[in-house]
Write a protein that binds this ligand. Structure first.
Ligand code: DGL
Length: 265
């Protein structure tokens, strides 16, 4: 099906998922919305996040999206049902939580999950992991300083190192055999996390897990783009930020189309 995949997040985080989707499905067109005007979602109420998510999903569907990927854990935690009620079955709604929980290796005893206050406070990861993997001990921690560090473009700085060391050094993170980076911004800190965690702890590759799931959904619904050339990528933000442009160009290499758009006007 020759229509784009719609992807959204509060900012640059969802680009980690968009990039993985591009790697797994290079012929697909993607349309991305970064709600930079309302960032950070992680500090907003569930009602506010649901409201923003509905507005964006509506924009993506009106722009022709054949599927919606909620490339934000905070929005996946509180808005998945609402979006499914409104857009499925015509437009499949994929979140970034369910495929990751299904991918947890059954040999894991202690799993760490870090994310925004909205994600950790929703209890969605904790409840879903407990129901699918009842023998796994869950160590959940809100790590709210990481998103601002990344959105400021400071992911390679000493501030990023100190912040990550602080959180991963807390007692609740000590016994874990695997860590879910439960915020789509966090894969931008993959090298740093691996360095701090060491070889004993597996850092789950969440963008790739989600991208593989997107492929499965599009394949089973007969919605894959049959074309052979590289898909197009268009990016919209509700407020222009230099970090967004830099990371989008870094991930998508060639000239990207980036437009500022206030969909709430
Ligand atoms: N990237 C987002 C997430 O996965 C949201 C970060 C934020 O806006 O607080 O939760």
């Amino acid at each position: 099906m020759n229509k784009p995949i719609g992807i959204f997040d509060s900012g640059v985080g969802g680009l980690t998922v968009a990039k993985a989707i591009r790697d797994v499905l290079p012929n697909e067109d993607v349309i991305y919305f970064g709600d930079t005007a309302h960032l950070p979602y992680g500090e907003k109420s569930p009602e506010a996040i649901r409201n923003y998510s509905m507005g964006i999903a509506d924009f993506l569907v009106k722009s022709g999206a054949k599927a919606i990927v909620i490339a934000c854990n905070s929005a996946s935690s509180v808005a998945t049902e609402l979006l499914r009620e409104n857009f499925e079955p015509q437009v499949p709604v994929i979140n970034v939580i369910d495929p990751v929980i299904r991918a947890i290796n059954p040999s894991i005893h202690d799993i760490g999950i870090i994310g925004t206050r909205a994600t950790i406070g929703s209890g969605v990861y904790q409840d879903k992991i407990a129901s699918i993997h009842p023998n796994v001990a869950i160590h959940a921690l809100a790590t709210p300083l990481l998103v601002p560090v990344i959105e400021e473009g400071l992911e390679k700085s000493e501030i990023a190192t100190k912040t990550a060391e602080h959180y991963l050094g807390l007692p609740e993170m000590q016994k874990i055999d695997a860590l879910i980076p439960g915020c789509t911004h966090y894969p931008l800190l993959t090298d740093l996390f691996n360095q701090i965690l060491g070889e004993e702890t597996v850092l789950m590759d969440t963008p790739n897990i989600v991208a593989q799931h997107v492929k499965e959904v599009l394949t089973s619904s007969n919605m894959l783009n049959g074309g052979v050339q590289e898909g197009s990528a268009s990016f919209f933000v509700s407020d222009f930020t230099p970090t967004f442009e830099r990371i989008a160009r870094h991930f998508f290499r060639k000239e990207i189309q980036l437009s500022e758009l206030d969909i709430w006007k």
